[in-house]
Design a protein around this ligand. Structure first.
Ligand SMILES: O=C(CO)[C@H](O)[C@H](O)COP(=O)(O)O
Length: 235
């Protein structure tokens, strides 16, 4: 048996006005984690037009509010240019996982990992579709390593985009090299794409529109989990 399957509905597709009940609904449907997309920017970054993604979502105050209503594992994906600034506030707010992007952390990933762990969160590193997989190896092989790699299967920024099948080469390479690593995929995952991701070796599955848009979200969540577990049995 491989690393445990974690199904993480992306709360980006939820009704933000009813976040606590949406979160509970997903847990009742069988979700393991709740995936929280944190897309933000500083005023100065906006001014310089250097923000990481062309969207704004939630930040630490929303995580803090949700934490008051839920004990769930909050899997936070930071799509910001300055992740270090968010370690302290997100730790305080009750985030469980803190995944930063390798593209903006080349200079300070060691400090980031150390600070994330010191706040009791699980450190992860994400990479955009155009970033070579080799860039995350040093972070996995470090003395103080990241504990999850998030392979983006769409350009980060918005839900509802098309799954990029060619990203499965990255997942396959990672799984072969690191059999016990948590490998997460995010973007365009659902019943029609899960087999490719699961057989490549992904075990943490983020799914937004396919779960929230389903007539029976519980059915989709269980199908995603079964695909991961079946692929592991056959590997
Ligand atoms: O990180 C994201 C966007 O940057 C979302 O989590 C992701 O796109 C999930 O949504 P969907 O399953 O609808 O593609």
């Amino acid at each position: 048996m491989g690393v445990a399957a974690k199904i993480a509905p992306s709360m980006l597709s939820s009704d933000f006005a009813n976040l606590a009940s949406e979160a509970q609904r997903m847990l009742d449907f069988g979700a393991d984690w709740l995936h929280m997309d944190i897309m933000g920017l500083m005023v100065i970054v906006l001014y310089l037009n250097r923000h990481f993604v062309p969207n704004l979502t939630i930040g630490a105050p929303v995580i803090e509010s949700l934490r008051k209503h839920s004990k769930a594992y909050l899997d936070c994906h930071l799509m910001v240019t300055n992740p270090l600034d968010y370690v302290e506030p997100l730790g305080k707010a009750g985030a469980s996982g803190f995944t930063f992007h390798v593209e903006v952390s080349k200079e300070n990933w060691q400090e980031l990992v150390q600070r994330i762990k010191s706040k009791g969160m699980k450190p992860g590193v994400a990479l955009k579709p155009g970033t070579p997989i080799e860039e995350v190896y040093p972070l996995i092989e470090a003395e103080n390593p990241v504990e999850m790699v998030l392979v983006m299967t769409v350009e980060p920024g918005f839900g509802g985009q098309k799954f990029m099948l060619e990203m499965m080469d990255k997942v396959r390479t990672l799984r072969k090299k690191y059999p016990a690593l948590d490998i997460e995929v995010d973007g365009g995952l659902g019943p029609s794409t899960i087999e490719a991701a699961a057989s490549a070796g992904a075990n943490c599955i983020v799914a937004g529109s396919s779960v929230f848009g389903a007539a029976e979200p519980a059915h989709v969540i269980s199908l995603l989990r079964n695909s991961v577990e079946e692929a592991q049995r056959n590997s």
